[in-house]
Design a protein. Sequence first.
Length: 112
Amino acid sequence: MIQSAAYFEAKGKHDKAVQLFSRGGNRKKAMDLAIKHNLTDMIENISTGVQEGDDPEVLKKSVHFLMQNRQFDKAVEIMISLGNLDQALQIAEQEQVNLKEEMAMKLCPAVS
């Protein structure tokens, strides 16, 4: 799949290349290519599909994109997964993000 992605990238078919890089597990390359060619739909698709354990660089780029596009709830969720709890709380408060119970549990330290 990565070889096909590289082929489409070389041919200038950046949208197909981004899809294939992402599906093939190279989300960093997919995000870089999508940003370079301003493929906002692709950036959003990659951003909404991020998970804990993904490359921190991809996660940070996703947060930046989501913040620029006023998708604060998704950005806060990713910030929490990155461990940026103070920043996540600050954005949640400033932008009046409704925290899901799961997000709130991650933001609150365990009481011993």
